[in-house]
Ligand binder design. Structure first.
Ligand code: GLA
Length: 696
């Protein structure tokens, strides 16, 4: 619900359990009023904005209260909106021109007081959740302006005695490391300048007062739907005010808006919850499942991917044999990874030459695709459309298609360069070969990879080369959207050399993501923990691969590996042709178990019951109707035999009784919620268990 009090020019957005309010000042500046537990318009109308008489010559008392911290006047906050107009004017002065409510969407319209530049602040409630989506639109009716910074939104937090910032950092094969630290005074920036979301940070933050736990406490969060460069600045001022401002782009790269041009920023979604970090995650998951994913109701199949088994050594015989073995285990989707095209026999050559390697697949991919389909599985294929190896026919024909700058070297990473998708000819070429490939080979699933960040990001001959930073990402979105529209049954897995492209923008056109190239089950516990803070299990691909793990050299038992992968979208990535019969039998059993529980895992609510720091990691998924629950518990290091403490469950119906179909044990919901589930873990290292609980 959205209401407006025209007298005070106050707007209130009511989400499922919260309210968000803003007001215009006498000078037409949109100013934050309130964000928190539900309050009515009447209650909010009486609230001041926090201003006090201004007697201090060095602080603007209203600084940090702007809905979008525009540069100008006596504002010294990191600018969320910074424009260079003609005559070198830089400050923005708001002039309100009207609003529209098209529930659940509020548009507040402004223009600059002098220059013919229009601003629309968008607010949209994601129905059924506590998420408010915000973004900014600029429309230029005058001479060219330079938009130095255009954040999607600034979020203002209430005054608390202390603040703690949660976010993730990482690196390749070590993504999503959750950090939870006291918020530093000054500006804390999380960003990517790589042209992709990045492994190193992910575009979301959460803030609490330092006392929130998994189950309790107030948490604010904000997450950006963008897969290129981005920046989120959390500012803690000496005045005690805290704000979070975020959007696409990076320092030094601006947008030029000519007469008639528009600029629309990505959604920067925010939420408030009283349910602790667990509540915040469940709310984000509800949002992703209800408002972001293209086919949220769908249940993801068990996939087999040959990458870790065969690397670049793929051919029709080997892949057909793996497909038979995968089908026999119960896999439902077979994915042929890298190495099937051009001269791509290693990472040194062939990228960009998207025709089937006839030495490896003499009759094309058709026979393998048919074989996979006859085995009752869907067929998936790896592609990396935005990249090229210099040693490729594509690059020899179109050396100008890559990002490059005059007089500068073209830095290679993984022996590859980035194609400039902002060029319409490049994007059209990509759509054409992808469309042909999917059509001709009846491809059900694409793993869309992106294995290096931008460098020397230029576009010689183009008047405004900087626009490639945004337009590359937009073109990737457009190619994916067009491909999906042309092939409604096609499903996509987003991958960026592992987790380099996990974000809400990508999740609007991908059905799942590959969180990390690190498939070591122990490392994955941490990666999943960070990933699941915002993104639901329904989107989290997780494979069981061979040991010792390729990066860690750890030999983790198959049972533990399965139990970790089963807490997401289960896949198998091992060389199953070499697995002993005993392992194959166990795998068949576990895949059957996963197929039984996956509705709950993929569509249920996640409760992180125990963090890893007491030696046991435990989590639980509960079906929306509370009729079923699945508990996962892991204890990587054995300890001298002592009974494990019971696991206190969450989210169940206290009045119901639940039965564990494996042990036959019956439990009262109330007892599970208050006392807990007896935790039975085998002795020794890498102990794990999966417990099903079905309402009787
Ligand atoms: C990236 C992906 C891997 C695999 C390889 C293939 O690293 O993350 O899963 O597809 O590329 O080259």
């Amino acid at each position: 619900m959205i209401e407006c009090d025209e007298g005070t020019r106050t707007w209130v957005l009511r989400t499922a359990a919260t309210s968000y309010a803003l007001r215009l000042t006498d000078e037409d500046v949109p100013r934050h009023v309130y964000w928190g537990p539900a309050l009515t318009l009447a209650q909010i109308a009486g609230l001041g904005t926090g201003s006090r008489p201004w007697w201090d010559g060095f602080n603007d008392p209203d600084e940090g209260l702007d809905e979008l911290a525009a540069d100008g006047g006596t504002r010294y906050w990191p600018p969320a909106l910074q424009i260079r107009f003609t005559e070198h004017t830089r400050s923005v002065e708001w002039q309100y021109t009207g609003y529209t409510i098209d529930a659940p969407h509020l548009r507040l319209e402004f223009r600059d007081r002098h220059y013919p530049l229009r601003f629309t602040l968008h607010y949209r409630i994601a129905r059924g959740t506590d998420v408010v989506e915000r973004w900014l639109e600029l429309g230029n009716d005058g001479d060219e302006v330079e938009v130095v910074r255009a954040d999607s939104a600034s979020w203002v937090l209430p005054r608390w005695p202390g603040y703690r910032l949660s976010h993730v950092t990482g690196r390749w094969a070590g993504e999503c490391a959750l950090r939870r630290d006291p918020l530093a005074h000054g500006e804390t920036v999380a960003a990517s300048r790589r042209g992709i979301t990045s492994h190193h940070a992910n575009p979301w933050v959460m803030l609490d007062d330092g006392t929130a736990t998994e189950r309790h406490g107030e948490v604010y969060g904000a997450a950006l739907a963008w897969s290129g460069s981005w920046r989120i600045t959390t500012t803690r001022a000496s005045t005690g005010r805290v704000t979070v401002s975020g959007g696409f782009g990076q320092d030094g790269v601006s947008h030029r808006l000519g007469p008639g041009d528009r600029l629309t920023t990505p959604v920067f979604a925010g939420l408030y919850t009283r349910g602790g970090f667990g509540g915040a995650s469940r709310e984000w998951h509800r949002y992703v499942l209800g408002h972001v994913l293209p086919h949220p109701g769908e249940t993801r199949p068990v996939l087999y991917n040959s990458w870790e088994a065969t690397g670049f050594d793929v051919d029709v015989a080997g892949q057909s044999a793996l497909a038979e073995q995968a089908a026999a285990l119960g896999a439902e989707l077979f994915v042929l990874d890298d190495g099937w095209f051009g001269e791509r026999t290693g990472d040194h050559a062939g990228l960009g030459d998207w025709h089937v390697n006839r030495k490896r697949f003499p009759d094309g991919l058709g026979p393998l695709v048919d074989h996979v389909h006859r085995l009752g599985m869907k067929f998936g294929l790896w592609v990396e459309p935005e990249m090229v190896n210099p040693d490729s026919d594509l690059y020899r024909a179109h050396p100008d298609w890559v990002l490059h700058q005059p007089h500068r070297r073209r830095s290679e990473l993984r022996n590859q360069l980035v194609l400039n998708f902002a060029r319409p000819d490049v994007a059209a070429w990509a759509h054409e070969w992808l469309d042909t490939l999917v059509t001709e080979h009846r491809i059900d699933f694409l793993k869309w990879d992106m294995n290096r960040p931008f460098s020397e990001a230029g576009w010689p001959g183009e008047a405004d080369p900087d626009r490639l930073w945004v337009e590359h990402t937009r073109a990737v979105y457009a190619v994916m959207d067009r491909l999906r529209a042309g092939h409604p049954a096609l499903r996509i897995e987003a991958c960026g050399g592992g987790g380099g492209r996990t974000d809400l923008g990508m999740l609007a056109r991908a059905d799942q993501v590959w969180p990390s190239d690190n498939t070591d089950a122990l490392d994955r516990l941490d990666i999943h923990h960070g990933f699941g803070q915002v993104y639901p299990a329904r989107t989290m691909s997780a494979w069981v691969t061979d040991v010792p793990g390729f990066g860690t050299r750890r030999s983790i038992p198959l049972r533990f590996r399965f139990h970790v992968a089963m807490s997401g979208v289960l896949g198998i990535g091992g060389d199953i042709g070499k697995w002993p019969e005993e392992d194959l039998a166990f795998a068949r059993e576990q895949i059957a178990l996963y197929r039984d529980i996956r509705e709950v895992v993929q569509h249920g609510r996640l409760y992180r019951l125990r963090p890893a720091d007491d030696g046991v990691t435990a989590l639980q998924y509960v079906a929306a109707d509370t009729a079923r629950a699945v508990v996962f518990a892991y204890r990587p290091r054995g300890r001298f035999p002592a009974p494990e403490a019971p696991l206190r469950l969450d989210g169940l119906d206290p009045a119901a009784h639940y039965r564990d179909p494996d042990s036959g044990d019956e439990h009262s919901g109330a007892v599970l919620l208050s006392h807990g589930l007896p935790l039975r873990l085998p002795e020794g290292d890498y102990a794990s268990t999966v417990v099903r609980l079905n309402r009787i």
